[in-house]
Design a protein around this ligand. Structure first.
Ligand SMILES: Nc1nc2c(ncn2[C@@H]2O[C@H](COP(=O)(O)OP(=O)(O)OP(=O)(O)O)[C@@H](O)[C@H]2O)c(=O)[nH]1
Ligand SMILES: [Mg+2]
Length: 448
């Protein structure tokens, strides 16, 4: 984007920061807990969005300035630094209101983005499937629409075409500041588009739930964790899935489910999904609910941690916050301290291990600890199974086949046209069996 001496509305309409020179600004009040270098993560996010970080400004204040977040003096300093560094865009670590953004843009003469807009920009550039695109567009409309003025031309076009689903739909739009009447038209077009997207996503949600339910006969496991913790790398190491892994934040946006063979013919279904981040914009959490549905319904969550990161503990806490927001905080979870091969200092691992004694140390790259992980998962799965004796009509091949696939048959005998089966079976699979085959008799628990 060409740099100009002051920010016009046209600049605000483009939320991409590709290849731009970015100045980062963090404003922190006394009350807020500050990490060692509070801008490390914002720098990572900016880099992941394709921009170059050219400078940083940090301000500690008693409270945020309601008009422009930072004070007047600091605004002038930011402007000077932008000139000095030849910056195109100023990225704030804080969430800003639309009027704050306008104030700051006026003062510094550059496009200003806040942290949520930056994350949305990254999501938009990564969205590949139709579902992820719809989810990102909805989040963008809900978050950025109040921050835009000149989006109506574009929306009119997509509304007229029956509603396209292109991401970036919100970017690259008209150039003028509309009057009051136009703003009213904008608002209605945005609302119409939002309800269209919501209805589409509800459809997807219903389909997802059906899929998740259909998998209920299997033991299901979801990988969750901070972005860049190594979930996709672990997924590949365990299942050979070919999930895209890379050293960028939010590499994965869609859920991928694969069979993970545990040995002895037993397997579970493993899902890899979108990574979490501290203060994940809540519009994104809401929009990505369908994608995260897998995590909510899994029998076991594997919480993958980048143990080599200096912020490992804060990241664990951030992931737990998102799980709580999704209603999955009490799901059975196993903590995995990943990247053990990359530790800078053995004592870091020692601190983490003593804080989380139940965690398992692994490396998705060197495969350290992965056999042990499979053993633990196998015993968790078996732990949910109980031994019982069932009687099934001998001619009901479907029921016997079902048992062979989803439970573990211990012994099987034939008696008066019925199969008497001692079987290790989970309560869920038993429910399923009852639902599918009418004439199942439960003879006794643990016949040993
Ligand atoms: N040294 C080392 N690097 C690892 C390990 N596991 C993953 N990585 C690296 O960490 C980076 C991120 O890995 P991903 O698997 O893409 O991480 P992710 O959790 O799927 O990230 P998102 O999809 O962005 O949420 C990649 O560069 C991997 O090569 C490990 O055990 N050791
Ligand atoms: Mg990934």
């Amino acid at each position: 984007m060409a740099k100009s001496s002051f920010a016009t509305q046209a600049q605000r309409d483009d939320f991409s920061v590709q290849q731009e020179r970015a100045l980062l600004v963090g404003v922190y009040t006394d009350g807020r807990k500050i990490w060692e270098d509070p801008l490390i993560e914002l720098a990572e996010l900016t880099r992941s969005a394709g921009a170059r970080v050219v400078g940083r400004v940090i301000q500690r204040r008693k409270s945020f300035d309601p008009a422009s977040c930072v004070g007047k003096g600091k605004l002038e300093e930011i402007r000077q630094r932008c000139d000095g560094y030849d910056a195109d865009v100023v990225v704030f670590d804080n969430d800003l209101s639309p009027s704050q953004i306008r104030e700051i843009e006026k003062a510094v003469g550059r496009k200003v983005l806040d942290r949520s807009e930056l994350i949305l920009d990254i999501f938009a550039s990564r969205a590949r499937t139709a579902e992820a695109r719809l989810q990102v567009e909805l989040a963008q409309l809900e978050y950025t629409a109040p921050r835009l003025r000149g989006m109506w031309t574009h929306l009119e076009r997509i509304a007229g075409a029956g509603g396209g689903t292109g991401v970036g739909a919100v970017g690259g739009i008209g150039t003028r500041g509309p009057g009051e009447r136009q703003i009213e038209i904008d608002r209605r077009l945005v609302e119409r588009r939002i309800s269209f997207l919501k209805e589409k996503l509800r459809e997807i949600d219903r389909r997802k739930l059906r899929e998740v339910k259909a998998r209920k006969r299997f033991f299901t496991i979801s990988l969750v964790g901070y972005t860049n913790a190594g979930k996709s790398t672990l997924m590949n190491a365990l299942t050979g899935a070919g999930a895209v892994a890379g050293d960028r934040l939010f590499e994965t946006l869609d859920t991928l489910t694969r069979r993970w063979e545990l040995g002895g013919g037993r397997y579970v279904l493993l899902s890899d999904t979108v990574g979490f981040i501290r203060e994940l914009p809540h519009h994104l959490v809401a929009s990505f609910r369908a994608t995260l549905e897998e995590a909510i319904h899994a029998d076991l969550l594997l919480h993958v941690v980048d143990a080599a990161s200096a912020e490992a503990e804060q990241q664990i806490a951030a992931v737990n916050d998102v799980l709580t927001a999704l209603g999955a905080a009490s799901n059975p979870t196993l903590l995995l301290l990943n990247k053990m091969d990359a530790l800078r200092d053995e004592s870091d691992a020692h601190v983490l291990r003593s804080k989380y004694p139940d965690a398992l140390a692994i490396s998705a790259v060197t495969r350290l600890g992965l056999d042990h992980l499979a053993d633990i998962v196998d015993s968790r799965m078996r732990g949910s199974q109980q031994l019982m004796r069932l009687s099934i009509p001998a001619r009901d091949g479907k029921a016997l086949n079902f048992l062979q696939r989803f439970a573990e048959i211990h012994t099987q005998e034939w008696e008066d046209g019925r199969a008497i089966v001692d079987v290790f079976i989970s309560p869920r699979v038993l429910d399923q069996l009852h639902a599918e085959c009418a004439d199942i008799r439960h003879l006794c628990d643990d016949p040993r």
